[in-house]
Design a protein around this ligand. Structure first.
Ligand SMILES: Nc1ncnc2c1ncn2[C@@H]1O[C@H](COP(=O)(O)OP(=O)(O)O)[C@@H](O)[C@H]1O
Ligand SMILES: [Mg+2]
Length: 288
């Protein structure tokens, strides 16, 4: 685990706060530019469009998920930094977006100081998990959300560890490029370590291939390699490279709002359906 601070990380004190019925998915990959934020925004929008109640937690100091959902800096009075440092409640940070049933807890650059400031506190890895426990509070209205998506920074730092400690499962975006698999084993190792020490229930929900380019032979080869290496963990849905997807954030809109009919929107809707399907299977497995 990437944890350079001194002092051990203690196991979570007491029961895992059950984040009501919400399923918590951390969208993680320590590589930048692979489609984490794009997936958080557009998977969140697609899930909301098909009837789920979704909360995005922006855990990247860059705040791209917040910006991409049209939340300007002035509106970020209370941020995820205030929440995980314990200054404010999660409820105070949550903002509605233009998409019905899609809310966000925005981030600001303050978040980049979290590791230095909190690196010595014994519960430093469980700050987010504790905050998500507030989803059970009566004030929040238990059951307010059916999915919580955490947009992680491009690093295996303490913020990402917080996300992994708080999540039910990890969703890994992988860009269809030559070095796609490079770094994946390190990510899987970290997930394993978090599972052994901080969060025994953690699993890999799935791997989503992003920015697929049909005109590029390499893209096809990468898909084949990743499927061979990771088997059924790879979602059937592949997100194509689509200019509409990359244009949408500059309008502060998810691509599904910007251009519902484009191939990028269609792909994220398919991914949402597939994820709900997988969730059903997990639920049946847990019940049996
Ligand atoms: N399917 C796609 N088609 C075209 N551009 C994409 C697609 N997915 C992501 N991008 C663009 O790639 C860049 C990196 O994506 P982003 O989601 O910000 O990655 P990360 O959060 O992993 O750093 C952004 O400019 C984004 O608009
Ligand atoms: Mg990002």
């Amino acid at each position: 685990m990437t944890d350079n601070s001194s002092g051990e990380i203690v196991p979570f004190p007491g029961e895992r706060p059950d984040a009501s019925s919400a399923r918590v998915l951390a969208i993680a990959n320590q590589k930048g530019g692979v489609g984490k934020t794009t997936t958080a925004i557009n998977l969140g929008t697609a899930l909301a469009a098909i009837g789920e109640r979704v909360l995005i937690i922006d855990l990247d100091p860059q705040g791209n998920a917040s910006t991409g959902l049209g939340i300007d800096q002035r509106s970020r009075q209370v941020s995820t930094y205030d929440v995980i440092t314990g200054e404010r409640s999660l409820r105070d940070a949550i903002l509605a977006t233009a998409v019905p049933h899609l809310h966000i807890a925005p981030s600001t650059l303050d978040l980049s100081g979290f590791e230095l400031e909190m690196g010595h506190s014994r519960d430093r890895a469980f700050r987010l998990r504790t905050a998500l426990g507030q989803l059970n509070d009566a004030a929040m209205g238990p059951g307010a959300y059916s999915y919580v998506l955490i947009d992680c920074p491009p690093s295996l730092n303490l913020l990402t560890i917080n996300a992994m400690a708080a999540a039910n499962a990890i969703l890994v975006p992988l860009q269809c490029e030559f070095f796609a698999l490079e770094g994946l084993s390190q990510l899987l190792k970290t997930v394993d370590q978090v599972k052994q020490t901080l969060n025994p229930d953690l699993s890999i929900h799935g791997i989503v291939l992003t920015m697929f380019d049909a005109r590029n032979n390499l893209s096809g080869q990468v898909v084949a390699d990743v499927r061979e290496f990771m088997g059924p963990k790879v979602y059937d849905t592949i997100i194509p490279r689509n200019v509409r997807v990359s244009e949408a954030p500059s309008y502060g809109k998810p691509v599904l709002v910007y251009d519902l009919k484009c191939v990028g929107s269609e792909a994220y809707l398919r991914l949402a359906t597939e994820i709900i399907q997988r969730e059903k299977q997990f639920k049946e497995l847990r019940a049996s």
